[in-house]
Design a binder for this molecule. Structure first.
Ligand SMILES: NC(=O)c1ccc[n+]([C@@H]2O[C@H](COP(=O)([O-])OP(=O)(O)OC[C@H]3O[C@@H](n4cnc5c(N)ncnc54)[C@H](O)[C@@H]3O)[C@@H](O)[C@H]2O)c1
Ligand SMILES: O=C(O)CC[C@@H](O)C(=O)O
Length: 528
């Protein structure tokens, strides 16, 4: 039975999607202390969180069966991604379900700030009627700097244009062409903020964006600027912002997200009339919560069912067309990796994977991850998967190289692995026949043709009379039937290879007997 643990409040519709998965139990337990979380996650196969649960390295290490962490939302800064990747745990999110909610909240904050709505409301409820005190400013004609022109930044830009604002966008991935099509101006960070009457941030929180607006930058802004943060606490230095509010360098701020949440009761941001605070409500609409809960739940189910999934945060993303093209090659790549592991019998120091012809189209590294999953996963008892394969190789000092060639040497598509171990260099090539599926077509430089499945016996031996007969006799005596045979040699009397397809596993005793035959240089049982 698979266990799906949900530790933050997600919409009921999302929980229902999880509950509809046959063979799974869903355990919804919110508000857990760290020790309760460590206990609950120990046997969980999937974890679903929003932003309240902090998924640390300790939590990931305590999770013996964890395959996937789903974030019902965008930001994954509450998840230790590095640890998840190292432990082969997939992290997925729901990237677009709350875009509109967050953009609308940003706009609500900006208008409230411009027109003093929260403070005027409080004042009126206190019994006053102060029309002169709350004269605001218009958005029309003002300059808005948007830092981070992704999904939410783009939606904010569209709304700002409708309000007649001049919009400047800063984002390393913003092209002139896209800026033009949105009717905004692309600028560097410092140029964007220098002229702004309003600034809003929409980047993730990363090492680069942490305190992107700090004390020094606040001093370079136009006096009287208004600042909105509905992205992540920590992008703007909160204490520096408080100083700039005190000196009136900043005329107002609207903040939804904080460096530490919940915001502590004595935080200085709570003391300003011209500061609007909301408790991380950017994504809190009925629609957004349904969207993200369903989106993440559907992907969790797909991951647990070993079906193709979307929105992986710690794997490269692929288009539907790339996925469809890649699927048959994944099987071949994994079989080649498995074959290589059993051929090598020792850790490789160098692995080169060459993709040729139809197999060489860009794939975000998935095929190489799959080769490594087969190769290293066999040697390290399955602890390697698509998520951690490259990192594992790197940390183990294994040099992995990818080569792409437009044409195969013999076939229209080829995947070749060459790898070096203490025992020497091996090379293996596979291809995908449209009629008969994945085949092994080259082994250590000898052309062969075998399906990449079942039980195989590989020998390298001296090319001398009687070798094949003696190997056949050992197998016959052990009741192992031979289903197919490929032999190859470069010159008579030199070295030769033989690859046998057999009907059942060959015991280590039989392998030992074959290895002891005079003239046998290498023998391997290979199960694919
Ligand atoms: N308040 C909320 O409840 C709420 C809701 C949703 C999202 N968010 C936050 O908003 C952020 C943005 O969400 P999104 O859906 O637009 O994400 P997105 O990935 O679509 O956009 C983020 C953009 O930031 C840009 N960026 C990254 N580093 C940058 C840098 N150093 N300088 C400038 N730009 C940089 C990226 O290029 C990207 O275009 C999320 O990371 C999340 O933390 C908050
Ligand atoms: O879970 C939430 O409500 C917040 C989500 C938001 O911060 C996000 O990054 O998607």
């Amino acid at each position: 039975m698979l266990k799906i643990l949900v530790t933050d409040d997600i919409a009921k519709t999302g929980v229902e999607v999880l509950e509809s998965m046959p063979g799974a139990t869903v355990d919804v337990r919110t508000g857990l202390s760290e020790s309760e979380l460590l206990e609950a996650i120990a046997d969980a196969h999937a974890l679903v969180v929003r932003s309240q649960t902090t998924v640390t390295d300790k939590v990931i290490q305590a999770a013996r069966n964890l395959r996937v962490i789903g974030r019902a939302g965008v930001g994954v800064d509450n998840i230790d991604l590095e640890s998840a990747t190292r432990h082969g745990v997939l992290v997925i999110n729901a990237p677009d379900g709350n875009t509109i909610a967050a953009a609308e909240h940003t706009f609500a904050m900006m208008i409230s700030l411009a027109r003093h709505i929260p403070v005027a409301n409080r004042d009126l409820l206190a019994g006053n009627w102060n029309r002169k005190r709350f004269v605001g400013v218009e958005l029309r004609g003002k300059t808005l700097a948007i830092l981070g022109m992704g999904r939410i930044g783009t939606e904010v830009a569209k709304r700002a244009k409708v309000f007649g604002m001049n919009v400047i966008g800063y984002d390393p991935f913003l092209t002139e062409e896209r800026a033009l099509s949105l009717g905004i101006v692309k600028a560097s960070l410092d140029d964007a903020i220098a002229e702004a009457d309003f600034i809003t941030v929409h980047t993730p929180l990363t090492k680069e964006t942490h305190h992107m607006i700090d004390a020094a930058r606040l001093q370079t802004l136009k006096r009287g600027v208004r600042i909105v943060n509905c992205a992540r606490g920590g992008i703007i230095d909160e204490l520096a912002l408080c100083d700039a509010l005190r000196t009136e360098q900043v005329a107002g701020a609207a903040i939804d997200v904080f460096e530490s949440e919940p915001l502590r009761e004595d935080h200085p941001l709570r003391s300003f009339d011209n500061v609007i605070l909301t408790p991380h409500l950017g994504a809190s609409t009925v629609e957004a919560q349904e969207n993200v809960a369903i989106q993440v739940a559907e992907q969790i189910v797909r991951v647990l069912k070993d079906e193709p999934f979307d929105h992986a945060v710690n794997l490269p993303s692929l288009s539907a067309e790339q996925k469809a093209r890649l699927t048959p090659y994944l099987a071949l790549a994994e079989k080649l990796g498995l074959f290589a592991a059993q051929l090598a019998q020792g850790a490789p120091s160098n692995i080169r994977v060459t993709y040729a012809g139809d197999a060489s189209a860009p794939d975000g590294g998935y095929l190489t991850r799959t080769v490594l999953k087969g190769l290293l996963g066999f040697q390290y008892r399955g602890e390697i998967n698509y998520v951690n394969a490259l990192q594992f190789a790197e940390e183990s000092g294994i040099r992995v190289q990818e080569v792409r060639e437009t044409r195969g040497r013999v076939y229209t598509n080829e995947i070749s692995i060459s790898f070096v171990t203490d025992g020497g260099l091996h090379q293996l090539t596979g291809t995908l026949y449209s009629e008969s599926g994945p085949r092994i077509v080259e082994l250590d430089g000898y052309p062969i043709d075998m399906p990449s499945e079942g039980v195989l016996l590989f020998t390298r031996h001296k090319d001398q009379p009687g070798m094949i007969g003696r190997i056949g006799t050992f197998l016959g005596d052990a009741q192992v039937n031979i289903a197919g045979m490929q032999v190859g040699r470069r010159e008579s009397g030199g070295e030769a290879i033989m690859l046998l397809a057999v009907d059942r596993s060959v015991s280590p005793d039989v392998i030992g007997q074959i290895a002891s035959v005079d003239g046998i240089l290498m023998v391997r049982a290979i199960e694919l």
